[in-house]
Every structure is written in structure tokens, then in C-alpha cells.
Design a binder for this molecule. Structure first.
Ligand code: PMP
Length: 392
């Protein structure tokens, strides 16, 4: 017998990498570290009592149905709810186009499975959501980054993406940059994408977490045949439920459904019924504003702390919703090299380089303001500034 292990990895396995963020989170979970690195919502927002009561009702009224295998498409009343909710935001969809997924992360994987061949081009923002790159990578795409400014990806630059299978775009309070696309930019992007025959994959887990005014209408509401839309219950209820949804143009739906069947048969039926039971009578109308108020106060605390402590030459834009600040350190700084020093001082962040498909900006970093209270945000930013000053 040979001493080497008998396994040979598939080519796609070579393209799988541990998420830099998860690796960082392992270090930062040490007690005493002020971690502004996480991408988690605040656990204080989870509606524990409503979930408990709804779970009891589901187990009392439909225990066998809730614990049985269920339809791959998802629980009918929950699909109806999603379609109605989106119609209220100007996105007219039929419930038959709604696929309930195991988090929107699964939606990204299914989109990759159905739309990407090895060597296909996929256009992404610069920076973009790291988890999407992880989901797409095993399907072996070639990435095309689309440059942008504070209003979003530049419509003219979309020409670079011509011939790509799709452009993956996060219009609302993007993870990681916090950026929200302006109305004008949305209109220009959709016009340009239509002219180029470039389909869009619109990922929107943060759209409800606005602080002052709701974001402009979705891209899908402007071009329903050309956009796959992904939503999530993770940030408005709880991520541990692992429930999200994909809204797909009719020709694409059957393939996404088949891909989902192969992946997990269906998303947990019990969770779907409990979530529907929680939200069916307008629970989110009262609940989501409480999350907005809390996150807005924490956003304000981080803005004040950044202004107070960060040295000249650092830049950030103040997010109008979501969970993240994106900071650019003075040119020539390296956030990856700064991280161990910041951890030694007692705080953590995520270096921005992980969020680029290509041409990473080493001087960028992401800070979450939602899981740490205002006082510790202030301390954490002071420690970051101290670590930064020491390295210069
Ligand atoms: N898209 C984006 C932009 C995200 O930030 C996240 C969560 N970090 C997801 C998708 C996945 O969310 P979930 O699977 O919990 O719905």
C-alpha cells in the first residue's frame, strides 16, 4: 500500500478556499477582542419569543406535515408571502417564480451551477461579496470586475462585461462596501445591461435595513426577464433559520429547481412553516424598524469614532443602511499586515483584499457596526487607529 492517501480531488476542489473571514473569526472569537470583523446580524434583534410561540403552534397544528419531506419549490404560503411582499416593492412576480432556498447563499450556488461553465465569464463588482466568489469558484468562471464609484458600478464600464453569463450586483448597502446604488445609476445600469444582453443576478439581503429612506426600486422590478433576484430572512429574522429565496425568470426556474432538488431536496419545511407563522400577520412591519433604529445608532457611533480617531489620509463613506463601513487607509498601507497588530491591540477587522475577484486594494478594510455596542465601537476604533499609527 502506498503511503499517500488514495483520494484524488476533483479540479473544482482546487478552486475551493477557506473563507478568509471565517479564519479571522476563529482568532477574534477569543474573549476580550473587540471584533468589528463579523458579518453577523446582532443576536439581540432575533425575535425569540415570536419564534417560540410560532414553533409551538406549528407543532400543535401541523406536526406531521412540518416534519415530513416537502416540496422542493418551498412551502406554498411562504412563496405567496414573498411574491406579495415583492409586489409591494414594485416587483411583480408570480409565486410560481419563487424558489425557497437554504439561505440566499444556496441561491448563489444554484445560480452558479445552472449558469456557469468552466471558463465562462462572470462579471462582478469591485469589491464584491466574498461568499459569492466562494459559491461561483467551483464552477470555474473567469471573472470580469466592473469598476465603480460611490453611486455604484459605472454603466459605461459594463461594456467590459459583454458576453458574460451574468453580472452579479448588490444594489443595497453592499457587503462589503456599504454602498447603495443611486436611482440614476440603477436606471443607467439596466438600460446598458439590456443593450448588451447581459443578464443580472441581484443579491439583496440588506435592502430592508435602511436608516433614513428606503433604497430606490430593485433592478429586477425594471427588467423582470433579465434579472434573477435573491432575498433572505437572515438579516430581518435570524440567519440560523437558513432561509432565503430566489425569484427567477420563468425559463430559468425549472433548472434552478432541479439543481436544488439535487442539492438538498428542499429547505427545512419546519423552519419554513415557523417563519410563515411568524410573519403572516405583518410582524415584520413592527420588527424591522426596531432593527433599523438600533443599527442606525451604532452606525452613528462608528462614524463619530472614525472621525475622532482615524489619522489623516483615511477615507470612508457613511453607509445609509446595512451593517458595514468600508475604510480606505492611506495609499501604501496594507490592511492584511495591519490585522495581526490590531489583534495584538485587542480589536479585529476584515482586510478588504478578500473581497476582490482581481486587483485587490490592499489598503481597504471592512468594519461591522452591528454586533458591538457603541462604547466598544469607540474603543475598537481607537485601538485600530493606534495600531495604524504604530505601523507608519
Ligand atoms: N449575500 C450577501 C451579500 C451576504 O452578505 C450574505 C450573508 N453574509 C448572503 C448573501 C448569504 O446570506 P444567507 O445565506 O444567510 O441568506
Amino acid at each position: 500500500m502506498n503511503s499517500n492517501p488514495p483520494w484524488q480531488m476533483a479540479r473544482r476542489a482546487q478552486r475551493m478556499n477557506p473563507s478568509v473571514i471565517r479564519e479571522i473569526l476563529k482568532v477574534t472569537e477569543r474573549p476580550g477582542i473587540i471584533s468589528l470583523a463579523g458579518g453577523l446580524p446582532s443576536a439581540d434583534t432575533f425575535p425569540v419569543e415570536a419564534m417560540r410561540a410560532a414553533s409551538e403552534r406549528v407543532l400543535r397544528d401541523t406536526p406531521r406535515e412540518a416534519l415530513q419531506y416537502a416540496a422542493s419549490e418551498g412551502y406554498g404560503p411562504l412563496r405567496d408571502w414573498v411574491a406579495e411582499q415583492l409586489a409591494g416593492q414594485g416587483l411583480k412576480v408570480d409565486a410560481s417564480q419563487v424558489l425557497i432556498t437554504t439561505g440566499s447563499q444556496q441561491g448563489l450556488d444554484l445560480v452558479g451551477k445552472v449558469l456557469i461553465d468552466a471558463g465562462s465569464r462572470v462579471a462582478v463588482e469591485s469589491p464584491t461579496y466574498l461568499g459569492a466568489l466562494q459559491a461561483f469558484n467551483p464552477y470555474e468562471p473567469e471573472y470580469q470586475s466592473v469598476p465603480g464609484d460611490d453611486d455604484g458600478p459605472l454603466a459605461d464600464a459594463l461594456a467590459l462585461a459583454q458576453g458574460a453569463r451574468f453580472f452579479y450586483v448588490l444594489p443595497n448597502f453592499q457587503n462589503p462596501s456599504g454602498r447603495c446604488l443611486s436611482e440614476t445609476r440603477r436606471a443607467e445600469l439596466v438600460t446598458q445591461a439590456q443593450a448588451l444582453d447581459l443578464p443580472l443576478v441581484e443579491d439583496n439581503p440588506y435592502g430592508d435595513l435602511w436608516f433614513d429612506a428606503p433604497p430606490p426600486a430593485s433592478l429586477a422590478s425594471r427588467w423582470s426577464e433579465g434579472v434573477v433576484y435573491l432575498g433572505s430572512f437572515s438579516k430581518v429574522l435570524a440567519p440560523g433559520l437558513r432561509l432565503g429565496y430566489v425569484v427567477a425568470p420563468k425559463p430559468l426556474f425549472p433548472k434552478l429547481l432541479q439543481a436544488k432538488q439535487a442539492a438538498d431536496l428542499h429547505s427545512p419545511g419546519f423552519n419554513q412553516r415557523v417563519v410563515h407563522e411568524v410573519i403572516r400577520d405583518g410582524f415584520l412591519r413592527d420588527h424591522v424598524p426596531t432593527i433599523r433604529t438600533r443599527y442606525k445608532a451604532q452606525r452613528d457611533a462608528m462614524r463619530a469614532a472614525l472621525e475622532r480617531h482615524m489619522p489623516a489620509g483615511c477615507h470612508w463613506t457613511v453607509p445609509s443602511g446595512g451593517m458595514f463601513f468600508w475604510v480606505e487607509l492611506p495609499a501604501g498601507s496594507d490592511a492584511m499586515a495591519l490585522l495581526p497588530k490590531a489583534v495584538a491591540h485587542g480589536m479585529a477587522f476584515v482586510p478588504g483584499a478578500a473581497f476582490y475577484a482581481d486587483h485587490p486594494k490592499p489598503n481597504s478594510l471592512r468594519l461591522s457596526f452591528v454586533t458591538v455596542d457603541a462604547e466598544r465601537i469607540e474603543q475598537g476604533i481607537a485601538l485600530l487607529a493606534r495600531a495604524l499609527k504604530e505601523t507608519r
